[in-house]
Design a protein around this ligand. Structure first.
Ligand SMILES: Cc1cc2nc3c(=O)[nH]c(=O)nc-3n(C[C@H](O)[C@H](O)[C@H](O)COP(=O)(O)O)c2cc1C
Length: 217
């Protein structure tokens, strides 16, 4: 028995949330209760961060005109992405890649301004602020799954245009449009796997021993 291990049922619940978390793009229109949203934001805020920097900021988009404007930016980038995909353009255009207009709540997750002075853990790897924000979003994602709430991460937008739309400082950085909401059901598998866009890689091919590309198991 490992010391400090959670009881079996608690441990199983953690793995269950990990395996059953899905990126969601289909939502029911019901709103998210304020106390539930607070729990999700607190979960995000308890993520690890480089030098305990806590670089995350979340902007709640409660104005419908603003939500429409965010959606328009995403739609613009969706079309540009499709074009850039060349021979996969038609296949890509059939995918649903966001649920901004249907979901109960939209949040924009961003990196704060004035990040340069934070060099603890970032002197050689400045992108660790981004890694920290990703940890916060993942915490929210797992907590949302446990709460029965779907979350979809949308990264198809022109950051400068979104920054301008939301009155963000020049040295801040929007990273994700998060669609949150009630769902009828969670997808059994990643939607991109269901639609044959991509498949999960074999873990054995991703783990090396001592030297790059030397198989471990
Ligand atoms: C950094 C990041 C950006 C993403 N951006 C998008 C996006 O713009 N549109 C989308 O449909 N899914 C997006 N996703 C979701 C991925 O497509 C999804 O995580 C992947 O297909 C695996 O599915 P799963 O999350 O259900 O396991 C993003 C995920 C991450 C981690």
């Amino acid at each position: 028995m490992v010391q400090n291990r959670y009881p079996d049922a608690d441990c199983a619940a953690v793995y269950r949330a990990i395996y059953e978390r899905r990126d969601m793009r289909h939502f029911l229109p019901d709103p998210i209760a304020p106390d539930l949203l607070n729990r999700l934001l607190e979960a995000a805020h308890h993520a690890p961060s480089v030098g305990f920097m806590q670089p995350w900021r979340f902007i709640r988009i409660s104005c419908m005109d603003l939500r429409l404007a965010v959606h328009a930016l995403v739609e613009q980038e969706r079309l540009r992405t499709a074009h850039a995909l060349n021979e996969r353009e038609d296949e890509f255009m059939k995918l649903k890649v966001e649920g901004i207009l249907e979901c109960g709540l939209v949040l924009v997750a961003a990196l704060c301004e004035q990040r340069e002075p934070h060099i603890f853990g970032r002197r050689t790897l400045p992108e660790m602020d981004l890694a920290s924000l990703a940890c916060a979003i993942q915490n929210m994602w797992l907590a949302a799954r446990a709460e029965g709430i779907g979350l979809g991460w949308v990264s198809m937008f022109e950051p400068e245009a979104l920054k301008k739309l939301l009155g963000m400082p020049e040295d801040s950085q929007p990273v994700a449009v998060l669609c949150l909401g009630h769902v009828a059901a969670f997808y059994d598998k990643p939607m991109l796997e269901q639609e044959n866009w991509a498949a999960r890689k074999n873990l054995d091919n991703l783990i090396f021993e001592n030297m790059w590309a030397v198989p471990c198991r």
